[in-house]
Design a protein around this ligand. Sequence first.
Ligand code: ADP
Ligand code: MG
Length: 193
Amino acid sequence: MIAIDIHNVSVAYKKTPVLWSIDAELASGAFIGIVGPNGSGKSTLIKACTGLIPLMSGEIKFYGKNIHEVRHEIAYLPQKETIDWDFPIQVLDVVLMGTYPKLGIFKRPSKKEINLAKECLHKVGMLEFMKRQISELSGGQQQRVFLARALAQEAKIYFLDEPFSAVDAVTEETIIQVIQDLKKEGKTIVVVH
Ligand code: ADP
Ligand code: MG
């Protein structure tokens, strides 16, 4: 079964095209790597898939559906360099953000979501930091918190943008373990490396 069907996709920023006529069929349950030099459009492709930037042409389907029908099934770990780490927010609240797509806009997280968020923090070895401000963490710890946020979404498809760039050994091992667990659960994983 095809999880992600990318058909004839082109993307441009203002008028400068970055991706031309991309075609790809990514199998459900597969672990897919996207590799290429800096500036080649890897992050752009992921952002196009997650609906963060519009397509100039073409279409992307997830199990045959459009992004707006399945947005909550798609988790995204942004490239570390693109996150504002000075934003005043606690670790636990970052992870709770992962539960919002399924909660809907008017509901507040309940005990169930809070427990899930804590479980995800435990998986990445960051539970003891749940009351910290994200600005007060090391780069690797920040990366693990955002990974926990993606896990809390309990999605079907995971997009991870350079999860291993500039992280310490503990974080690298944690991310590898998390990816292996996701794979065992049958999730589709796309990693820019
Ligand atoms: P990669 O992730 O492979 O390093 P990107 O997808 O980030 O590459 O960038 C691809 C190209 O698009 C680069 O030339 C980059 O400068 C340009 N680009 C990326 N983001 C923007 C943006 N928000 N506005 C304009 N140009 C951008
Ligand atoms: Mg990139």
